[in-house]
Unconditional design. Structure first.
Length: 236
């Protein structure tokens, strides 16, 4: 099955940084399940999951090529990944922050919901008819077929810097990350009463559960607002 260039890059990095130093000196037949499990347990859960995926892929290919008969990786337990809700700022909060020379770039990401790889590939030619047309990423195709989409053009576009480091540094002052801006966009859609199925299309999600998971997030002040709205609804 073909994989995206970004995924291949992550797999190669996982092999060089973790698999080769720990297991690279041993033959495939000599590596045991306990050795693989020990390696996975020594890593952060997210990294361990990627490393295990690479090891399983290597063994599947080796079995397919009739180099070995069995894979010790199949019985290895996948690490449990706990995903904490990502902090994000509302669009209004972002507008009150001073991000210096990256202000327009940050506001653009928050107002259009592009992934960083998609933003890097965007040019002025992709903006027409009042929409931003997202058809590619810096790695080639978009993350999935659903990633090919168009969204309303709301703020000024300026080409993005090739490296995200300076942008990350600017956002760190506000305690958020580049991907947090995707959550800001989702929250903007939610508070604008955009239906979740439309939001799925605008965000380029292939699985509606991902969009719904973001849409069910709330901010503390929404609880207070609910407390103000509900008595009025009960009295009507």
């Amino acid at each position: 099955m073909p994989i995206r260039p970004k995924t291949l890059q992550n797999y190669r990095s996982a092999y060089r940084r973790h698999i080769e130093p720990a297991l690279g000196s041993k033959s495939l037949e000599a590596i045991t399940r306990l050795e693989i499990q020990g390696l996975i347990k020594s890593l952060p859960p997210q990294t361990g999951a990627i490393v295990l995926a690479v090891i399983k892929t290597l063994y599947r290919e080796a079995i397919s090529a009739e180099m070995i008969l069995n894979s010790p990786a199949e019985a290895v337990l996948r690490p449990k990944i706990n995903i904490n809700p990502r902090k994000f700022l509302t669009y209004q909060e972002l507008n009150t922050c001073n991000f210096g020379r990256f202000q327009s770039h940050i506001i653009f990401l928050a107002a259009h919901g592009l992934r960083w790889s998609e933003a890097l590939a965007l040019t002025n030619d992709d903006i027409y008819d009042g929409r931003v047309h997202i058809t590619k990423s810096i790695y080639g195709p978009t993350k999935s077929r659903a990633g090919m989409r168009s969204v309303p053009y709301l703020t000024n576009f300026e080409p993005f810097p090739r490296s995200p480091k300076a942008l990350r540094k600017s956002l760190a002052v506000a305690g958020v990350h580049i991907h947090s801006l995707r959550h800001t966009y989702a929250y903007l859609l939610k508070t604008s009463m955009v239906h979740v199925t439309t939001a799925q299309k605008l965000m380029g999600h292939s699985d509606p559960k991902i969009t719904l998971g973001i849409y069910t997030r709330f901010r503390d002040e929404e609880i207070d607002e609910a407390g103000e709205l509900m008595p009025a609804a009960l009295a009507s």
